[in-house]
Design a protein around this ligand. Structure first.
Ligand SMILES: [Ca+2]
Length: 109
C-alpha cells in the first residue's frame, strides 16, 4: 500500500495492529520515552468516512480503539492512523504522506 507497510513486510513483519488495550499500552509506554511527533501504525480509513480498520482486516470493525477524543477530524483526507505525541500518543487520523517513523510488529516463532 505504501512505503511504511512495504518496509515492515520486507523485514518479515507488518505495520502494528494494536488490537488490545494491553498491547497498545505496551507500545505507548515505549513511545513515551521518545520526543518524536508521531508514529504510524497499521490502521486505514478505507472508506474515507473516519472509520478505521486494520490493514490486514478490511471490512472488520476494530474491537479496540485508542482514538483521541478530538479525532478523527479529517475523514476524507487523513486516511492513515498515527500515535500523536500531542495526544499523549493516543491515536489520530493523519495525512499518509507525512514522513514520520512507524511501528512494525513481528510474530514470534
Ligand atoms: Ca487528524
Amino acid at each position: 500500500m505504501d512505503y511504511t507497510e512495504t518496509s515492515c513486510e520486507c523485514l518479515g513483519g507488518k505495520l502494528l495492529q494494536a488490537e488490545t488495550a494491553e498491547e497498545n499500552s505496551f507500545i505507548k509506554n515505549k513511545l513515551s520515552n521518545t520526543a518524536i511527533d508521531g508514529y504510524w501504525l497499521g490502521g486505514y480509513n478505507f472508506y474515507k468516512n473516519g472509520s478505521f480498520e486494520w490493514i490486514s482486516n478490511p471490512g472488520q470493525p476494530m474491537t479496540y480503539s485508542d482514538m483521541h477524543s478530538s479525532q478523527p477530524n479529517a475523514a476524507t483526507t487523513e486516511l492513515c492512523l498515527i500515535y500523536w505525541r500531542e495526544f499523549g500518543y493516543a491515536w489520530g487520523d493523519g495525512t499518509c504522506s507525512v514522513k514520520l517513523p512507524y511501528v512494525c510488529e513481528f510474530v514470534k516463532t
